[in-house]
Design a protein around this ligand. Structure first.
Ligand code: AP5
Length: 256
């Protein structure tokens, strides 16, 4: 059995992402357990490869806070349009079409949340960085905070399996839990097991947006694997098999 020390006191670390969602002066109640390790990770991989699924498992079991830029944009969608900045409104339009949000907007969002990078439990960036410009900005932010990445985990899967994962995904309209019609169906069709919310297809999981997202990934994000390999940080993990299989591979790679 593989033993990895947890980074934070789980009861406090789990699900407290107040600072990430609210930004500004909001803060979370996370502490580091004595003698534990704080992981500072980036997850890379094509849209739909399973980054969010792995992020949930890693965050729950190893403690780093799950920081997804996509989640910040999706949370912004629930605000009244008048409460959103023009940059955020424009970002949501890009997202709907499957395009990348402009670097300046995304970098601004992460920069406004320095307490998340300093989180005592560590962090798990999911969906950021996505371009070399974002990677350079992250490096500068971490340098200013005297922090270093532990590793960059890249999940790899053939495109046809990725498309099958994306096209079967269903998301709870209320609590945002993620399901799959074939591999992780809810107990009752189209109803969330956790909160009874209605399950929906994400706007950007429609075929025309999936095509644009895959192109954006190939052009802008795939080159980041070479960027991080050159810096000795890249860990490549095959993303076939069950979420538990992939999690176990990830833990073994992190332990080494
Ligand atoms: P974001 O939210 O980051 O989405 P993404 O990268 O496209 O990734 P997904 O959430 O689609 O997939 P995932 O890899 O997390 O897979 P999941 O675990 O859900 O970004 C969305 C948009 O926001 C972008 O397109 C862009 O517009 C914008 N954006 C965000 N960050 C940005 C940035 N930094 N710069 C610019 N723009 C940015 O799994 C998928 C499905 O497969 C699920 O149904 C799941 O149940 C299933 N599944 C998972 N693992 C397995 C498995 N092992 N076996 C079988 N099924 C599985």
């Amino acid at each position: 059995m593989i033993m990895v020390r947890c980074a934070a006191k789980m009861a406090q670390a789990q699900h407290d992402r107040t600072a990430w969602f609210k930004g500004g002066t909001a803060h979370c109640q996370v502490t580091l357990a004595p003698g534990a390790r704080a992981y500072r990770l980036v997850l890379l991989g094509a849209p739909g490869v399973g980054k969010g699924t792995q992020a949930e498992l890693i965050s729950e079991r190893l403690g780093p806070c799950h920081l997804s830029t996509g989640d910040v944009f999706r949370a912004a969608k629930t605000l009244d349009p008048s409460e959103r900045t023009p940059a955020l409104n424009a970002a949501l339009e890009h997202m709907k079409r499957g395009e990348l949000v402009p670097d300046a907007t995304v970098i601004g969002i992460v920069r406004e949340r320095p307490s998340c990078l300093r989180c005592p439990g560590g962090f798990l960036l999911d969906g950021f960085p996505r371009t070399v410009e974002q990677a350079e900005a992250l490096a500068a932010m971490l340098k200013d905070l005297s922090l270093q990445l532990s590793a960059v985990v890249s999940y790899d899967l053939p495109i046809e399996q990725i498309v099958a994962r994306l096209s079967g995904r269903r998301t709870c309209s209320q609590c945002k839990a993620v399901y799959h019609v074939a591999t992780k169906p809810p107990k009752v069709a189209d109803v969330c097991d956790n909160c009874n919310g209605k399950l929906i297809i994400r706007e950007d999981d429609r075929p025309e947006s999936i095509r644009v997202r895959m192109q954006a990934y190939e052009q802008s994000t795939a080159p980041l694997a070479a960027y991080y390999r050159q810096r000795g940080l890249l860990v490549s993990i095959p993303a076939d098999g069950s979420p538990e299989d992939i999690y176990r591979r990830t833990v073994v790679a992190l332990a080494s």
